[in-house]
Every structure is written in structure tokens, then in C-alpha cells.
Design a protein around this ligand. Structure first.
Ligand code: DUC
Ligand code: ZN
Ligand code: ZN
Length: 471
């Protein structure tokens, strides 16, 4: 076969199941040939010594998401997808937030407007439901799912977002009816509030209080409750940003019972601890995210669970706030409580290099597991497979070339996000994406963007592979 727009030669192609030496032929943004030797490329890349992997899919990022406390997210769809591309990604799934009192349908439309013409790589949306009115669940949700937003996130914490038990039940029922996947942020809001009051009374108002106000039992309890509702309603459930062993125990308990319960973890739970929040002054606020990082035993529990395939996906939970800003981490100033620090940390660009280096290079997971956790399973779980998430004939030509030997010391100055810090400053890594191809075009090279905004398209997703096809 000849007549390719691009041939990637001499690389080692890796999918979630196989590793093979072959050339990849690309035409009109699609993979059209895999063969020992291909000829006739208008352009060619010599990938000798490189790994040819499916472009990463980060199915948990927050971009240009409105907030109710005056804080402002550091990244919009332009800077967020630029940063994602430079970190080896070719698709992100961001959240469209329905604020209380707002229409679910309008919130999705507004998020489309925020993304339009801005993206460097393809994007999709999840819908956050905070106001599960009859209009939202019966009128808007079917339309939203039909438009390709086929997953819903619900919160069990935050004053302006938490659903009560009845609401959780009703959202799951609606998700079941519409064939949408429910994702849950599992932390018990009332318990966190009580713990916060206790800490404030004791004068423990610094950033460390954030971690102490939401110990893992708060997450474990909420996870168990969400699993129980999913069992009652008979729906699959996806538990996001799992932070440690007690929660993993709940997920595995549910799986053993044959329940369709799935989960993700994130880099912060593998590499950071609550002690990072303990820094003097407000520096600890750079690590404030929810759930908070735990301790080394919980890091190990997360690594072990990744290695034995308990987690379906590995995401960044990129939720960036500028440190030196009154609309960011310093919103409340140093003298007031941790409870005013916006929750979230940047990580869309560092997610995959951290997993590759600490996971593959250090021998904790296999290369095929890396591909499954970084791309393939995201595509399956969120209804984009096999168009996305693999290297196969007919799939979109979304490919990341990795140099498995490249040594990099992470630093803010090398990153392409719009945040002013990285929580992973100084981390030494082995293995980094060197060239990233989205729909057949190079969008990042040697850690810098080469394309421009506007080429990334909205990906309308189908049903999750986790949703039963017959009922
Ligand atoms: N949950 C997230 O998923 N991201 C950031 C903050 C939060 O609470
Ligand atoms: Zn969350
Ligand atoms: Zn998140």
C-alpha cells in the first residue's frame, strides 16, 4: 500500500495488549496501515528507539469551569489542551458544570462555547449535575446524552454541589434510564464540616487542616454509600480520584460481590502526602486538592492496586489555580482558614510522564498496562473506542512517540499550562513523550506546542463499555 500523508517508521508500537515492531501509515487523519515496511509517505518520522503509543486520553480535567467562591481556574480550553498535548495527550474529557438553579442543557451549551475554536487536541465533556430537578433529569439529560455527553459526575461534598441521598438515588435512576455512566466524588460533606469546625476551634487553620478535615474514613464512608445506592438502582458506578487503601478495599469488596463498580486514581495519590500541605506560610496550599494526598502506606496501596488492575483509568484531575493570585491559592490570604483555599492542583502535562517513569521505568507496571491506564481504558469506559485509545486500522491517528530513556527533571519553566507552579517541581523522571500527533498532525514536539488552537474537535461519545447492552 502507498500514498500516505505520514509514515512513522522503525518504532515499537505498543497497545494495551501487544508490543510489535512495525511502521504506521496515516492518511486523512486516520491510521490506515500497519506493516513491517511501508513506502510512499509524503512525510516520514523515523521512530528508531522510540515507543509508538496511543495518544493519552485524560478523562478527568477541569478547564474554564465556573466557581462560586470567586476563584478562577488557571487554564481554559486553549492553555489546558496545549499543556495536555505537550504531556503526550491527544484527547481530554473536561467537565461541564451545571450550577444550582441553572439549566443542565444550557450549561453544556456554555461549555461548548468556552471550548469552541480553542482546543489543540480533541475534547469531550462530562456533565456535572448539582441541581437534579425534574427538568434536568427528564427533559435535559436525554438530550445531553444524545449529543454525546454520556457521563455524569455527582458530588457528595461541597456546600454548593453536594447531593443528598435521595438526589443521588434519583440521578442514578435517570442515568440508568438514559444509558449514561455515573461518576462520583465520594466524600461525606457533613463529616468534613464537623471536622473543619473542630480544627478551626483548635486554631489549626493552615493548609494542613485541609487534609486533617477530610481523613480517609470520610472518603471510605461516602464510597460505600455510593456503591450501595448503585447496587440498589442496579447501575454501574465509576468512583473518581481514589486516594488510598481503605477506599480501594471498598472497590474490591464491591467487585468481589459482582457489582459493576470501577475507579480511577491520580498522580497526587502516588507521589504526594499530607505532609506536603504542612509547608510554612501558604506554600502548603499548592497541594490542596480533594481528596487530599495521604501517606506513604496509601501511596503503596494505590500503586499495588494499579499493578493488579483494580483501577480502570489513571487521570490527572487537573484543576489548576494560580498560587500568586487572589483569585487562586492566595484567595483567602494567610490568616484565614484552609477552608477558603480553592481545591485542585495542575497535572494534565505531568500525569503520563510520572506514570511512565515511576510505573514503567521503575518496574511497577508493564508497558501494556501503561497504555491501558493512559488511553485505551478511557476510550472504552467513556464510549470512544476504537476510534480513540488504540493503534489500529481505522482509528484516529492520535499517537505519542515516547523516548523511554529520556531523563527529565520536572520544573514549572518547562511546562505549558497557565498555572504558576507545579506540585512536582524537581521530580526526576526517565521517559518522556517527544512527539505528539493528533488526527495525523504534529501538535507537540520536544515538550512544546507546534500546532495552534482550533484544530481540536468535540468528540460526541457513545455509551460506556461498562453499561450493559441488554436489560
Ligand atoms: N474534585 C475534583 O474532581 N477536582 C477538583 C476538586 C474536586 O473536589
Ligand atoms: Zn471531585
Ligand atoms: Zn476533578
Amino acid at each position: 500500500m502507498t500514498g500516505f500523508d505520514l509514515i512513522i517508521r522503525n518504532g515499537t508500537v505498543v497497545t494495551a495488549s501487544d508490543t510489535m515492531r512495525c511502521d504506521v501509515g496515516i492518511r486523512e487523519g486516520k491510521i490506515v496501515a500497519l506493516a513491517d515496511k511501508l513506502e510512499g509517505g509524503e512525510r516520514e518520522i523515523d521512530a528508531t528507539g522510540l515507543l509508538v503509543l496511543p495518544g493519552g486520553i485524560d478523562s478527568h480535567v477541569h478547564l474554564a469551569q465556573p466557581t462560586s467562591d470567586g476563584s478562577v481556574m488557571a487554564d481554559d480550553f486553549e492553555s489546558g489542551t496545549r499543556s495536555a498535548a505537550c504531556g503526550g495527550n491527544t484527547t481530554v474529557i473536561a467537565f461541564s458544570l451545571q450550577e444550582r438553579g441553572a439549566s443542565l442543557l444550557d450549561s453544556v451549551a456554555e461549555h461548548h462555547q468556552r471550548a469552541a475554536d480553542k482546543c489543540h487536541i480533541d475534547y469531550a465533556l462530562h456533565a456535572i449535575i448539582t441541581d437534579p430537578t425534574q427538568q434536568a433529569l427528564e427533559h435535559d439529560l436525554p438530550k445531553v446524552v444524545q449529543e454525546g455527553v454520556s457521563s455524569i459526575k455527582i458530588f457528595m461534598t461541597y456546600e454548593d454541589m453536594a447531593l443528598n441521598d435521595g438526589e443521588i438515588f434519583r440521578v442514578m435512576e435517570a442515568a440508568r434510564r438514559e444509558g449514561a455512566l455515573t461518576m462520583v466524588h465520594a466524600e461525606n460533606f457533613d463529616a468534613i464540616q464537623q471536622m473543619t469546625e473542630r480544627l478551626e476551634k483548635a486554631g489549626q487553620t493552615g493548609p494542613r487542616g485541609h487534609a486533617d478535615s477530610r481523613p480517609i474514613v470520610v472518603e471510605r464512608e461516602a464510597t460505600h454509600r455510593a456503591i450501595s445506592f448503585a447496587e440498589l438502582v442496579d447501575v454501574p458506578l465509576f468512583v473518581v480520584h481514589v486516594s488510598g487503601g481503605d477506599v480501594i478495599e471498598q472497590i474490591e469488596w464491591a467487585k468481589r460481590r459482582g457489582l459493576p463498580i470501577y475507579a480511577e486514581t491520580c498522580p497526587q495519590y502516588l507521589t504526594l502526602t499530607a505532609d506536603d500541605l504542612d509547608n510554612a506560610n501558604m506554600e502548603g496550599s499548592k497541594y490542596v486538592c480533594s481528596p487530599p494526598p495521604r501517606d506513604e502506606a496509601n501511596q503503596k496501596a494505590c500503586w499495588d492496586a494499579l499493578a493488579r488492575d483494580v483501577f480502570s483509568t489513571f487521570t490527572s484531575d487537573h484543576c489548576p489555580f494560580i498560587y500568586e493570585s487572589e483569585t487562586g491559592k492566595q484567595k483567602a490570604g494567610a490568616d484565614t482558614s484552609f477552608k477558603y483555599v480553592p481545591n485542585g492542583i495542575p497535572g494534565v502535562e505531568t500525569r503520563l510522564p510520572i506514570l511512565f517513569s515511576k510505573g514503567v521505568s521503575e518496574g511497577r507496571i508493564s508497558l501494556n498496562q501503561f497504555v491501558a491506564l493512559s488511553a485505551t481504558n478511557h476510550a472504552k469506559v467513556y464510549g470512544m473506542y476504537p476510534r480513540k485509545g488504540t493503534i489500529a486500522i481505522g482509528s484516529d491517528a492520535d499517537i505519542a512517540l515516547w523516548d523511554p530513556e529520556k531523563r527529565v527533571t520536572l520544573s514549572q519553566s518547562m511546562l505549558n499550562h497557565n498555572c504558576d507552579y507545579t506540585p512536582y517541581e524537581g521530580m526526576e523522571l526517565i521517559g518522556y513523550p517527544v512527539t505528539v500527533i493528533s488526527n495525523g498532525e504534529i501538535v507537540a514536539d520536544q515538550g512544546r506546542p507546534t500546532g495552534g488552537p482550533g484544530k481540536g474537535r468535540f468528540i460526541a461519545r457513545g455509551p460506556s463499555s461498562l453499561i450493559p447492552t441488554t436489560r
